[in-house]
Write a protein that binds this ligand. Structure first.
Ligand SMILES: *Cc1c(COP(=O)(O)O)cnc(C)c1O
Length: 384
Protein backbone atom coordinates (compact mmCIF):
# COMPACT_ATOMS: atom_id res chain seq x y z
CA UNK A 1 0.00 0.00 0.00
CA UNK A 2 2.84 2.29 0.88
CA UNK A 3 4.40 1.70 -2.54
CA UNK A 4 1.13 2.57 -4.21
CA UNK A 5 1.31 5.99 -2.54
CA UNK A 6 4.97 6.55 -3.38
CA UNK A 7 4.20 6.08 -7.07
CA UNK A 8 1.62 8.86 -7.08
CA UNK A 9 2.91 12.07 -8.59
CA UNK A 10 2.72 15.08 -6.30
CA UNK A 11 1.05 17.38 -5.62
CA UNK A 12 -2.14 15.60 -4.65
CA UNK A 13 -4.96 15.94 -2.16
CA UNK A 14 -5.81 12.74 -0.36
CA UNK A 15 -9.22 12.39 1.26
CA UNK A 16 -9.75 9.44 3.62
CA UNK A 17 -13.24 7.96 3.46
CA UNK A 18 -13.03 6.67 7.00
CA UNK A 19 -12.33 10.14 8.40
CA UNK A 20 -15.10 11.59 6.26
CA UNK A 21 -17.52 8.98 7.54
CA UNK A 22 -16.56 9.76 11.14
CA UNK A 23 -17.61 13.38 10.52
CA UNK A 24 -20.82 12.27 8.81
CA UNK A 25 -21.68 10.09 11.80
CA UNK A 26 -21.27 13.02 14.17
CA UNK A 27 -23.53 15.13 11.94
CA UNK A 28 -26.04 12.30 11.78
CA UNK A 29 -26.08 12.11 15.57
CA UNK A 30 -27.03 15.81 15.61
CA UNK A 31 -29.80 15.12 13.08
CA UNK A 32 -31.20 12.23 15.07
CA UNK A 33 -31.04 13.91 18.47
CA UNK A 34 -32.22 17.36 17.42
CA UNK A 35 -34.63 16.61 14.58
CA UNK A 36 -32.75 19.05 12.31
CA UNK A 37 -31.87 18.17 8.71
CA UNK A 38 -28.26 18.67 7.67
CA UNK A 39 -27.26 19.38 4.07
CA UNK A 40 -23.80 19.79 2.56
CA UNK A 41 -22.61 23.25 1.51
CA UNK A 42 -20.84 22.55 -1.79
CA UNK A 43 -18.91 25.79 -1.49
CA UNK A 44 -16.62 24.19 1.08
CA UNK A 45 -16.44 20.58 -0.08
CA UNK A 46 -17.56 19.25 -3.45
CA UNK A 47 -15.50 16.10 -4.11
CA UNK A 48 -18.40 14.28 -5.70
CA UNK A 49 -16.60 10.94 -5.88
CA UNK A 50 -17.38 10.70 -2.17
CA UNK A 51 -21.08 11.53 -2.52
CA UNK A 52 -22.14 7.86 -2.41
CA UNK A 53 -20.93 8.01 1.20
CA UNK A 54 -22.07 11.56 2.03
CA UNK A 55 -25.58 10.90 0.69
CA UNK A 56 -26.02 8.03 3.14
CA UNK A 57 -26.03 10.53 5.99
CA UNK A 58 -26.86 14.03 4.76
CA UNK A 59 -30.22 15.11 3.40
CA UNK A 60 -29.06 17.07 0.39
CA UNK A 61 -26.85 19.94 -0.70
CA UNK A 62 -26.87 23.69 -0.55
CA UNK A 63 -25.80 25.41 -3.75
CA UNK A 64 -24.87 29.00 -4.56
CA UNK A 65 -26.09 29.22 -8.10
CA UNK A 66 -26.61 27.07 -11.15
CA UNK A 67 -23.43 25.04 -11.35
CA UNK A 68 -23.48 23.93 -7.74
CA UNK A 69 -27.21 23.16 -8.05
CA UNK A 70 -26.52 20.99 -11.09
CA UNK A 71 -23.73 19.16 -9.30
CA UNK A 72 -26.09 18.49 -6.40
CA UNK A 73 -28.89 17.29 -8.66
CA UNK A 74 -26.70 15.17 -10.96
CA UNK A 75 -24.09 13.76 -8.59
CA UNK A 76 -25.71 13.72 -5.14
CA UNK A 77 -29.38 12.97 -5.70
CA UNK A 78 -28.61 9.78 -7.61
CA UNK A 79 -27.45 8.25 -4.32
CA UNK A 80 -30.42 9.45 -2.29
CA UNK A 81 -33.79 9.81 -3.97
CA UNK A 82 -35.11 12.03 -1.17
CA UNK A 83 -32.13 14.38 -1.22
CA UNK A 84 -32.96 18.08 -1.47
CA UNK A 85 -31.25 20.76 -3.52
CA UNK A 86 -31.32 24.19 -1.90
CA UNK A 87 -30.19 27.03 -4.14
CA UNK A 88 -29.30 30.50 -2.97
CA UNK A 89 -27.52 33.24 -4.84
CA UNK A 90 -26.67 36.83 -3.93
CA UNK A 91 -28.50 37.55 -7.19
CA UNK A 92 -30.10 35.21 -9.73
CA UNK A 93 -29.85 35.92 -13.48
CA UNK A 94 -32.67 35.89 -16.04
CA UNK A 95 -30.84 33.39 -18.23
CA UNK A 96 -30.39 30.87 -15.42
CA UNK A 97 -33.49 31.13 -13.30
CA UNK A 98 -35.59 28.62 -15.23
CA UNK A 99 -33.08 25.81 -14.97
CA UNK A 100 -32.45 26.63 -11.32
CA UNK A 101 -36.19 26.49 -10.63
CA UNK A 102 -36.45 23.14 -12.37
CA UNK A 103 -33.66 21.42 -10.44
CA UNK A 104 -34.07 22.97 -6.99
CA UNK A 105 -36.31 21.95 -4.08
CA UNK A 106 -35.67 25.18 -2.21
CA UNK A 107 -34.91 28.57 -3.68
CA UNK A 108 -33.51 31.24 -1.41
CA UNK A 109 -33.64 34.88 -2.46
CA UNK A 110 -31.22 37.45 -1.13
CA UNK A 111 -33.53 40.47 -1.26
CA UNK A 112 -37.22 41.32 -1.60
CA UNK A 113 -36.40 42.79 -5.03
CA UNK A 114 -35.04 39.49 -6.27
CA UNK A 115 -37.98 37.59 -4.83
CA UNK A 116 -40.53 39.81 -6.55
CA UNK A 117 -38.57 39.73 -9.79
CA UNK A 118 -38.47 35.93 -10.07
CA UNK A 119 -41.19 34.38 -7.86
CA UNK A 120 -43.85 33.98 -10.56
CA UNK A 121 -41.50 32.46 -13.09
CA UNK A 122 -40.09 30.07 -10.49
CA UNK A 123 -43.53 28.99 -9.26
CA UNK A 124 -44.77 28.49 -12.79
CA UNK A 125 -41.89 26.12 -13.56
CA UNK A 126 -41.85 24.34 -10.22
CA UNK A 127 -45.07 24.84 -8.23
CA UNK A 128 -43.81 22.60 -5.40
CA UNK A 129 -40.61 24.58 -4.79
CA UNK A 130 -40.04 25.95 -1.29
CA UNK A 131 -39.40 29.67 -1.25
CA UNK A 132 -37.20 31.41 1.27
CA UNK A 133 -35.56 34.76 1.88
CA UNK A 134 -32.09 35.06 3.38
CA UNK A 135 -32.16 37.48 6.27
CA UNK A 136 -29.22 39.14 7.96
CA UNK A 137 -29.48 38.94 11.76
CA UNK A 138 -26.67 41.52 11.98
CA UNK A 139 -24.78 39.69 14.69
CA UNK A 140 -21.73 37.67 14.04
CA UNK A 141 -18.55 37.04 15.93
CA UNK A 142 -16.86 35.78 12.79
CA UNK A 143 -13.09 35.95 13.29
CA UNK A 144 -12.18 37.83 10.09
CA UNK A 145 -13.99 40.38 7.92
CA UNK A 146 -13.68 38.44 4.65
CA UNK A 147 -15.66 35.64 6.31
CA UNK A 148 -18.19 37.80 8.11
CA UNK A 149 -21.53 37.75 6.28
CA UNK A 150 -23.05 40.15 8.82
CA UNK A 151 -20.38 42.85 8.79
CA UNK A 152 -20.83 46.52 7.92
CA UNK A 153 -22.43 47.11 4.49
CA UNK A 154 -22.89 43.36 4.00
CA UNK A 155 -24.49 42.41 0.68
CA UNK A 156 -25.57 38.99 2.00
CA UNK A 157 -29.11 38.78 3.28
CA UNK A 158 -31.91 41.22 4.04
CA UNK A 159 -31.65 43.27 7.22
CA UNK A 160 -34.68 43.90 9.41
CA UNK A 161 -34.73 47.49 8.11
CA UNK A 162 -34.90 46.25 4.51
CA UNK A 163 -37.45 43.53 5.22
CA UNK A 164 -40.52 44.16 3.14
CA UNK A 165 -43.69 42.58 4.51
CA UNK A 166 -45.03 42.06 0.99
CA UNK A 167 -42.75 39.02 0.71
CA UNK A 168 -44.34 37.16 3.61
CA UNK A 169 -47.23 35.66 1.65
CA UNK A 170 -44.71 33.96 -0.65
CA UNK A 171 -42.45 32.50 2.00
CA UNK A 172 -42.22 28.91 3.20
CA UNK A 173 -39.19 29.65 5.33
CA UNK A 174 -36.28 31.94 6.16
CA UNK A 175 -32.54 31.42 5.89
CA UNK A 176 -29.66 33.03 7.71
CA UNK A 177 -25.92 32.38 7.57
CA UNK A 178 -23.86 34.27 10.11
CA UNK A 179 -21.10 32.02 11.43
CA UNK A 180 -17.61 30.93 10.42
CA UNK A 181 -15.77 28.13 12.25
CA UNK A 182 -17.77 28.81 15.39
CA UNK A 183 -19.10 27.02 18.44
CA UNK A 184 -22.69 26.68 19.61
CA UNK A 185 -22.48 29.73 21.91
CA UNK A 186 -22.04 31.93 18.81
CA UNK A 187 -25.17 30.36 17.30
CA UNK A 188 -27.02 31.13 20.52
CA UNK A 189 -26.21 34.84 20.10
CA UNK A 190 -27.34 34.81 16.47
CA UNK A 191 -30.59 33.05 17.39
CA UNK A 192 -31.35 35.71 20.00
CA UNK A 193 -31.04 38.41 17.40
CA UNK A 194 -32.98 36.38 14.82
CA UNK A 195 -35.83 35.99 17.34
CA UNK A 196 -35.92 39.70 18.06
CA UNK A 197 -35.77 40.87 14.47
CA UNK A 198 -37.59 38.14 12.53
CA UNK A 199 -39.40 35.91 15.05
CA UNK A 200 -42.63 37.77 14.35
CA UNK A 201 -42.61 36.57 10.74
CA UNK A 202 -42.13 32.87 11.58
CA UNK A 203 -45.66 32.00 12.65
CA UNK A 204 -46.78 30.30 9.46
CA UNK A 205 -43.43 29.18 8.15
CA UNK A 206 -42.39 25.57 7.54
CA UNK A 207 -38.65 25.88 8.08
CA UNK A 208 -35.74 28.00 9.20
CA UNK A 209 -32.29 27.37 7.78
CA UNK A 210 -29.48 28.18 10.25
CA UNK A 211 -26.80 28.34 7.51
CA UNK A 212 -23.27 27.05 7.94
CA UNK A 213 -20.19 27.91 9.96
CA UNK A 214 -21.05 25.47 12.75
CA UNK A 215 -17.75 23.77 13.57
CA UNK A 216 -19.58 20.65 14.70
CA UNK A 217 -16.88 18.07 13.95
CA UNK A 218 -14.04 19.99 15.59
CA UNK A 219 -12.81 18.68 18.94
CA UNK A 220 -14.33 20.76 21.72
CA UNK A 221 -17.47 21.79 19.79
CA UNK A 222 -20.42 21.74 22.19
CA UNK A 223 -22.66 19.30 20.32
CA UNK A 224 -25.11 18.89 23.18
CA UNK A 225 -25.64 22.64 23.32
CA UNK A 226 -26.34 22.74 19.58
CA UNK A 227 -28.92 19.97 19.98
CA UNK A 228 -30.52 21.79 22.87
CA UNK A 229 -30.66 25.09 20.92
CA UNK A 230 -32.33 23.40 17.96
CA UNK A 231 -34.87 21.60 20.14
CA UNK A 232 -35.67 24.77 22.04
CA UNK A 233 -36.09 26.68 18.78
CA UNK A 234 -38.39 24.01 17.34
CA UNK A 235 -40.47 24.03 20.49
CA UNK A 236 -40.81 27.79 20.39
CA UNK A 237 -41.91 27.85 16.75
CA UNK A 238 -44.47 25.11 16.61
CA UNK A 239 -42.10 22.25 15.68
CA UNK A 240 -40.82 24.14 12.64
CA UNK A 241 -38.22 22.30 10.49
CA UNK A 242 -34.63 23.35 11.08
CA UNK A 243 -31.84 22.97 8.53
CA UNK A 244 -28.09 23.29 9.04
CA UNK A 245 -25.81 23.54 6.01
CA UNK A 246 -22.18 23.12 7.03
CA UNK A 247 -19.37 22.80 4.49
CA UNK A 248 -16.20 22.95 6.54
CA UNK A 249 -17.51 20.62 9.25
CA UNK A 250 -18.03 17.91 6.60
CA UNK A 251 -14.51 18.05 5.19
CA UNK A 252 -12.79 18.97 8.47
CA UNK A 253 -9.56 16.99 9.03
CA UNK A 254 -10.47 14.34 6.45
CA UNK A 255 -7.22 14.46 4.53
CA UNK A 256 -4.17 16.34 3.41
CA UNK A 257 -2.11 17.84 0.57
CA UNK A 258 1.12 16.04 -0.35
CA UNK A 259 3.97 17.94 -2.01
CA UNK A 260 7.62 17.33 -2.84
CA UNK A 261 10.69 19.43 -2.04
CA UNK A 262 12.20 20.64 -5.35
CA UNK A 263 15.11 22.71 -4.02
CA UNK A 264 16.62 24.13 -0.85
CA UNK A 265 19.04 27.03 -0.37
CA UNK A 266 20.01 29.77 2.05
CA UNK A 267 19.20 33.47 1.76
CA UNK A 268 19.35 34.85 5.30
CA UNK A 269 17.46 31.72 6.29
CA UNK A 270 16.92 28.26 4.88
CA UNK A 271 14.31 28.14 2.15
CA UNK A 272 12.60 25.17 0.52
CA UNK A 273 10.64 25.28 -2.74
CA UNK A 274 7.76 22.83 -3.02
CA UNK A 275 5.85 21.61 -6.09
CA UNK A 276 2.64 23.17 -4.82
CA UNK A 277 1.45 26.71 -4.11
CA UNK A 278 -0.12 28.54 -1.20
CA UNK A 279 -1.75 30.95 -3.63
CA UNK A 280 -3.18 28.36 -6.02
CA UNK A 281 -3.72 25.28 -3.85
CA UNK A 282 -4.09 26.46 -0.23
CA UNK A 283 -5.64 29.91 -0.79
CA UNK A 284 -7.07 30.34 2.69
CA UNK A 285 -3.60 30.20 4.19
CA UNK A 286 -3.11 33.60 2.50
CA UNK A 287 -6.69 34.93 2.50
CA UNK A 288 -7.72 34.24 6.06
CA UNK A 289 -4.77 33.97 6.80
CA UNK A 290 -3.90 30.87 8.82
CA UNK A 291 -1.00 28.51 9.25
CA UNK A 292 -1.54 24.97 7.97
CA UNK A 293 0.02 22.21 10.07
CA UNK A 294 2.80 20.22 8.42
CA UNK A 295 3.08 16.57 9.40
CA UNK A 296 6.08 15.99 11.67
CA UNK A 297 7.10 19.66 11.69
CA UNK A 298 7.07 22.28 14.47
CA UNK A 299 6.93 26.05 14.63
CA UNK A 300 10.05 27.95 13.52
CA UNK A 301 13.04 27.06 15.75
CA UNK A 302 11.13 24.44 17.74
CA UNK A 303 13.14 21.69 16.01
CA UNK A 304 16.75 21.94 14.84
CA UNK A 305 16.18 22.75 11.14
CA UNK A 306 13.93 25.68 10.25
CA UNK A 307 12.84 26.42 6.69
CA UNK A 308 10.61 28.91 4.99
CA UNK A 309 8.34 26.77 2.79
CA UNK A 310 7.39 28.41 -0.48
CA UNK A 311 5.42 27.54 -3.58
CA UNK A 312 6.58 27.05 -7.14
CA UNK A 313 5.05 30.22 -8.62
CA UNK A 314 6.68 33.60 -9.20
CA UNK A 315 4.46 35.38 -6.68
CA UNK A 316 6.82 36.68 -3.97
CA UNK A 317 4.20 36.08 -1.31
CA UNK A 318 3.53 32.47 -2.29
CA UNK A 319 4.74 31.26 1.10
CA UNK A 320 3.20 28.68 3.42
CA UNK A 321 5.22 29.84 6.44
CA UNK A 322 8.25 28.94 8.55
CA UNK A 323 8.43 25.39 9.87
CA UNK A 324 11.08 23.38 11.69
CA UNK A 325 12.09 19.76 11.15
CA UNK A 326 14.15 17.10 12.94
CA UNK A 327 16.33 16.52 9.87
CA UNK A 328 17.42 18.82 7.06
CA UNK A 329 15.02 18.81 4.10
CA UNK A 330 16.37 17.14 0.97
CA UNK A 331 15.25 17.37 -2.64
CA UNK A 332 12.60 14.68 -3.14
CA UNK A 333 11.31 14.72 0.47
CA UNK A 334 7.56 14.75 0.89
CA UNK A 335 5.97 17.65 2.79
CA UNK A 336 2.41 16.97 3.91
CA UNK A 337 0.00 19.79 4.79
CA UNK A 338 -2.73 18.61 7.14
CA UNK A 339 -6.45 19.31 6.87
CA UNK A 340 -6.49 20.46 3.22
CA UNK A 341 -9.78 18.98 2.02
CA UNK A 342 -12.23 21.84 2.66
CA UNK A 343 -11.99 25.21 0.87
CA UNK A 344 -8.94 24.07 -1.11
CA UNK A 345 -9.63 22.29 -4.41
CA UNK A 346 -13.01 24.03 -4.66
CA UNK A 347 -10.95 27.23 -5.01
CA UNK A 348 -7.92 26.03 -6.96
CA UNK A 349 -6.57 28.03 -9.85
CA UNK A 350 -3.99 27.37 -12.55
CA UNK A 351 -2.29 30.68 -11.74
CA UNK A 352 1.13 30.95 -13.33
CA UNK A 353 0.52 27.66 -15.13
CA UNK A 354 1.14 25.62 -12.01
CA UNK A 355 -0.23 22.08 -12.21
CA UNK A 356 -3.45 21.40 -10.36
CA UNK A 357 -2.99 18.78 -7.62
CA UNK A 358 -4.47 15.35 -8.33
CA UNK A 359 -7.41 14.08 -6.29
CA UNK A 360 -6.93 10.80 -4.45
CA UNK A 361 -9.34 8.91 -2.19
CA UNK A 362 -8.33 6.37 0.42
CA UNK A 363 -11.24 3.97 0.37
CA UNK A 364 -12.55 2.33 3.53
CA UNK A 365 -10.95 -0.97 2.51
CA UNK A 366 -7.52 0.69 2.63
CA UNK A 367 -6.91 1.02 -1.12
CA UNK A 368 -5.92 4.29 -2.73
CA UNK A 369 -7.76 5.47 -5.80
CA UNK A 370 -6.41 8.16 -8.08
CA UNK A 371 -9.66 9.89 -9.03
CA UNK A 372 -8.41 12.72 -11.17
CA UNK A 373 -5.15 13.96 -12.62
CA UNK A 374 -4.85 17.32 -14.34
CA UNK A 375 -2.79 18.26 -17.36
CA UNK A 376 -1.66 21.13 -19.55
CA UNK A 377 -5.05 21.20 -21.29
CA UNK A 378 -6.79 22.16 -18.03
CA UNK A 379 -4.62 25.27 -17.98
CA UNK A 380 -4.83 26.05 -21.70
CA UNK A 381 -8.56 25.58 -22.13
CA UNK A 382 -9.51 28.22 -19.60
CA UNK A 383 -7.48 30.94 -21.23
CA UNK A 384 -8.80 31.19 -24.80
C1 LIG B 1 -20.34 29.23 3.03
C2 LIG B 1 -21.74 28.96 3.33
C3 LIG B 1 -22.11 27.82 4.07
C4 LIG B 1 -21.09 26.84 4.62
O1 LIG B 1 -20.26 27.45 5.56
P1 LIG B 1 -19.15 26.59 6.34
O2 LIG B 1 -18.39 27.65 7.08
O3 LIG B 1 -18.30 25.91 5.33
O4 LIG B 1 -19.85 25.65 7.23
C5 LIG B 1 -23.46 27.60 4.29
N1 LIG B 1 -24.41 28.45 3.85
C6 LIG B 1 -24.09 29.57 3.14
C7 LIG B 1 -25.17 30.46 2.67
C8 LIG B 1 -22.76 29.85 2.86
O5 LIG B 1 -22.45 30.95 2.17
Amino acid sequence: MKRELERLKTPYYLCEEELLENNLKILDYVQKESGAKIILALKGFAMWSTFNLVAKYLKGCTASGLYEARLAREEFCKFNADAEVHTYSPAFKDEEIEEIARISDHIVFNSPNQLHRFIWKVKEINPAIHVSLRVNPEVSSSPVDIYNPCGLYSRLGTTAANFDESVIEHLDGLNFHALCEQNADALEEVLKSFDEKFGKYCKNLKFINFGGGHHITKKGYDIEKLIWLIKEFKQKYNDIDVYLEPGEAVGWETGYLVSTVLDTFHNGMDIAILDTSAEAHMPDTLAMPYRAEVRGAGKAKEKPYTYRLGGNTCLAGDIMGDYSFDEPLKVGDRVIFEDQIHYTFVKNTTFNGIKLPSLVIKRKDGTYELIKEFAYEDYRDRLS
